[in-house]
Write a new protein. Structure first.
Length: 253
């Protein structure tokens, strides 16, 4: 079901989205009172919502649209069907036409990265600005469906790794307060990524994008051993390519 306010402000900051929205506005008939009187933010919000699902099918059901948006959504939907949207199965099924997704892709202009990240709304990010995109909007890493692991309080767990403090053997999650950053966890994470750069990529301070969450945990364990000389499994939260979520057990040895 299309949700008009889901991440639209984040998506609108993407240069490919901005360019595509301006292109789509060209097709709208400014003689129509609905279009003429609509605030530009409202038009942007509706058009970005159409784009936000990429090639995935979604439903545009007028029964689920807020009353203040119904007329704008209806005009945009009817005008852009055939140009941007194509009908799919069912009464309200739509998706963005594949021909529209090609030009919608973008190579960003920041520092070049060895990671190729595709977002769910069609942009290809080839620099480190993928860190600025929310996790739920990332689609592929180096052409593979993206999963992720997030280390729970990484600096505290790293301290447990190199000292005798913390749980005796095994734990799930972390109850204690996080410790200040020392740089050691970043070394471990960067080593794991460097050894598996086709299937792992850093994301923020505590997260690793990956192709397979279990493989990422194994890579993190191996990197920890190389950097610290200790056998240690971090407790992490994970999300795989199928949307399944969970928390792994951490352990020493």
């Amino acid at each position: 079901m299309i949700k008009l306010k889901t991440n639209w402000s984040i998506l609108s900051q993407d240069q490919a989205t901005t360019k595509k929205v301006q292109e789509l506005k060209y097709y709208l008939d400014n003689r129509l009172s609905v279009v003429k009187e609509a605030a530009q933010d409202d038009l942007d919000r509706v058009l970005v919502s159409f784009l936000a699902y990429g090639s995935n099918e979604y439903q545009i059901s007028m029964d689920s649209i807020p009353d203040q948006d119904k007329e704008v959504v209806s005009v945009c939907r009817d005008t852009l069907t055939g140009k941007l949207l194509q009908r799919t199965k069912g009464r309200n099924g739509y998706r963005v036409r594949e021909v529209q997704l090609g030009p919608y892709s973008v190579t960003t202009t920041g520092t070049e990265s060895k990671f190729r990240v595709l977002t769910k709304y069609g942009s290809v990010i080839l620099d480190d600005s993928y860190h600025d995109i929310t996790l739920d909007q990332l689609k592929t890493l180096n052409y593979y469906p993206v999963s992720s692991i997030t280390v729970i309080k990484p600096h505290l767990q790293t301290s447990w790794c190199v000292t005798s403090e913390g749980p005796a053997l095994r734990w799930q999650g972390v109850e204690c307060d996080e410790l200040p950053e020392t740089g050691l966890f970043a070394q471990i994470r960067d080593r794991a990524v460097a050894d598996n750069w086709m299937t792992l990529a850093p994301y923020g301070e505590d997260t690793i994008l990956c192709v397979d969450a279990n493989q990422a945990c194994v890579a993190l364990r191996a990197a920890t051993a190389r950097v610290t000389g200790q056998l240690f499994n971090y407790s992490v939260s994970f999300k795989d390519q199928f949307g399944r979520k969970g928390v792994t057990w951490g352990s020493k040895g």
